[in-house]
Design a protein around this ligand. Structure first.
Ligand code: SAH
Length: 394
C-alpha cells in the first residue's frame, strides 16, 4: 500500500519477525519530520522488505502493528478484526440473558493495538490509547453497530484520559453512534448500574468477573472486607455467597455511593452491607484484629510506569502486611495487582515479604489472572497485567 515508509535499522527486525506488535523508536533509521501522529505507516526491514503496517505515534513505542502484511487499513479491516473479536466472545459464551457485561476488544490481545471496547448491555464503550485509533474511531463505531449478533445499539467514545495529551487531539467524550439503551448490565446474574459517563475507565472493571465468582464461593458465613471497592463488584458477589457481613471501602465518595446503589439493586434492604468512604491504609491501620475473615485488596495500579516500580512494590508490601497482621485465623485473603509494570514474580515477592514481616502462616490456594475476554497475544506477553493470589492465613 502507498503508506509512508519507516525503515528498521539492520538487525532490528527480530521482534517483528516474532510478531511482537510494537516497534520502538530506537529501532528505526530515521523519523520523517512531517509524518503525522496517528498515520498508518508501512514498516520495512533494512533491505526494504515489507514487515507490515501499523499506526505511527511519537514516543518510545513508535509503531503499533496492525498487520504483518501489506494490508490496507480501512473499514473492511476493522470490520474483520471486530468480527474475529466477537467470534471469540461467542465461543466464550459471554453474552447471555444473565451476562451482558464483557470486553469485546482487548488491544493487542485482539490484534487491535491501542483499542479497548467494553460492552454493557447494548452500549459499547470505546477507548483509544493511540492517536491512530482515535482517528479510526468513527469507522470502528460504524462497524460495531453492524456487527452481526453482538446486539450493539450505541457507541460511547471515551478517550479524554487515555490518549497521550501531547498529541493535542482534543478528544471529546461523547456518543458517536446510535442512542444509549439500559445502563444496567448483568454479570453472572447480578445487576450493576454502569456509569460510563462519569465512572473510572469504561465505567466498570469487567476484568474481575471470574475472580468475583471465586470470592462468592468462599464467602459463606464469613465477615468480608472489600477494600478499593469502586462499584462494589466483589461486595455483591460476597452477599450472594452468603457472607455474614460485608464492608466496602473506597476513598472516593462517588465509588461508595455506586457500591451502595448496586448492593441495593440486588439485595434491597439487606442490612449485612455497610460502605465507608475513607483511605484504605487508614482504615486498615485503625481496624481491630480478627474483625474480618475474608479480605479483598484490589488497589489501583501502584506503578503506572516502570520508573515507579520500587515504590509500587513497597506499597503492595505495606498494604498486604496490614491485612496479614489483622485478618482472623483461618482467614482468606484475595490480593491483586493490576500494574502492568509489575511482574507475577515481583508481586508474589512483595506479598511474600509482607507475610514474612507479620510471621503468619500463609498458603497459596489459587493464582489468579485476567479472564478470557482479556486474552493475551502469545507474541505480546506484556498484555498479561492482572495478577492475584488467594491465600489461606492460619
Ligand atoms: N475492586 C474494584 C476495582 C478497584 S479500582 C472492582 O472490582 O470493580 C481501584 C479503586 O481504588 C478506585 O475506586 C479508587 O477510588 C480506589 N482508591 C484509590 N486509592 C485509594 C486509597 N488510598 N484508599 C481507598 N481507595 C482508594
Amino acid at each position: 500500500m502507498n503508506y509512508p515508509v519507516l525503515k528498521l535499522k539492520r538487525g532490528k527486525d527480530e521482534s517483528l519477525r516474532r510478531f511482537h506488535p510494537w516497534v520502538f523508536s530506537g529501532a528505526l533509521t530515521h523519523m520523517p519530520a512531517d509524518l503525522e501522529e496517528g498515520s498508518v505507516v508501512r514498516v520495512v526491514d533494512s533491505d526494504g522488505n515489507t514487515m507490515g503496517v501499523g499506526h505511527f505515534q511519537i514516543g518510545s513505542i513508535a509503531v503499533r502493528m496492525l498487520d504483518f502484511a501489506d494490508t490496507e487499513i480501512n473499514a473492511a479491516f476493522y470490520a474483520s478484526r471486530l468480527a474475529q473479536a466477537w467470534r471469540l466472545r461467542e465461543a466464550l459464551g459471554l453474552r447471555r440473558a444473565d451476562n451482558t457485561a464483557f470486553r469485546l476488544v482487548h488491544g493487542e490481545g485482539d490484534f487491535l493495538p491501542g483499542l479497548v471496547v467494553d460492552i454493557y448491555d447494548t452500549t459499547a464503550v470505546v477507548q483509544a490509547h493511540s492517536p491512530g485509533m482515535h482517528f479510526a474511531r468513527q469507522a470502528i463505531a460504524d462497524e460495531l453497530m453492524r456487527l452481526p449478533g453482538a446486539g450493539i445499539s450505541a457507541v460511547y467514545y471515551k478517550s479524554e484520559t487515555t490518549l497521550p495529551y501531547k498529541a493535542r487531539l482534543d478528544p471529546q467524550n461523547d456518543y458517536i453512534a446510535g442512542t444509549p439503551g439500559d445502563s444496567v448490565a448483568v454479570e453472572n446474574g447480578l445487576k450493576f448500574n454502569i456509569d460510563w459517563l462519569r465512572g473510572q475507565k469504561t465505567g466498570f472493571f469487567v476484568d474481575q468477573r471470574d475472580n468475583r465468582s471465586l470470592l462468592q464461593h468462599y464467602s459463606r458465613g464469613r465477615r468480608v472486607l472489600n477494600m478499593f471497592c469502586y462499584t462494589g463488584g466483589f461486595s455483591v458477589y460476597a452477599m450472594r455467597g452468603g457472607a455474614e457481613l460485608v464492608h466496602s471501602v473506597d476513598s472516593s465518595a462517588k465509588a461508595v455511593s455506586l457500591t451502595e446503589a448496586n448492593v441495593e439493586l440486588n439485595f434491597p434492604g439487606d442490612s449485612r452491607h455497610e460502605a465507608f468512604a475513607t483511605d484504605a491504609f487508614k482504615f486498615l491501620d485503625a481496624m481491630e484484629r480478627d474483625a474480618y475473615d475474608l479480605i479483598v485488596l484490589d488497589p489501583p495500579a501502584f506503578a503506572k510506569h516502570r520508573s515507579a516500580l520500587r515504590n509500587a512494590l513497597r506499597g503492595y508490601q505495606r498494604l498486604n502486611a496490614a491485612a496479614f497482621s489483622r485478618i482472623a485465623s483461618g482467614g482468606i485473603l484475595f490480593t491483586f495487582s493490576c500494574s502492568q509494570a509489575v511482574t507475577k514474580e515481583q508481586f508474589r515477592l512483595a506479598v511474600f515479604s509482607a507475610a514474612a514481616q507479620t510471621g503468619r502462616r500463609v498458603r497459596i490456594l489459587h493464582q489468579l489472572t485476567q479472564p478470557a475476554d482479556h486474552p493475551v497475544n502469545i507474541y505480546h506477553p506484556e498484555g498479561e497485567y492482572l495478577k492475584g493470589l488467594i491465600l489461606y492465613v492460619e
